[in-house]
Ligand binder design. Sequence first.
Ligand code: THU
Length: 115
Amino acid sequence: MRCSSRFPVGAALLTAGGEIFSGCNVENACYSLGVCAERTAIQKAISEGHTRFRAMAIASDMADFITPCGACRQVMREFGTDWDLYLTKPDGTYIVKTLQELLPLSFGPEDLQKA
Ligand code: THU
C-alpha cells in the first residue's frame, strides 16, 4: 500500500496507563475518506478501551515540525486539554505543546452539560 499524497505521517499515543498505540495516515482514492495518523492512533486506543491519554508523538519526513490538523486537534480535545503533543522532525528534534496551546478556547464535552 502506498501513501498517495506522498505525505506519510506516524503517530504514537501514550495512555495514562502507559500503553502505546501507534497509527499512520490511511488514505483512500476518494480523498475525503482518508484519515490522519493521529486519529488512527486515537481510534485504535479507544476501540481497545483506553480513554485517558498522557501524550502523543507525531512524525513525518517533512523538513519542518509536523503539526496536527484542526480536525485532529478537536478529536484530541475530546479527551482533555492538558496532555502533551510532541511535534517532531526527521532529525530527531522536537517541540512539545499542550493541547491547550494548540487549541485554545476550545469546545468540549463539558460544554454540552451547560445546555
Ligand atoms: N496528515 C496526517 O496524517 N497528520 C497530520 O498531522 C497532517 C496531515 C495526513 C493526511 C493526509 O493523508 C496527508 O497527511 C496529507 O495531508
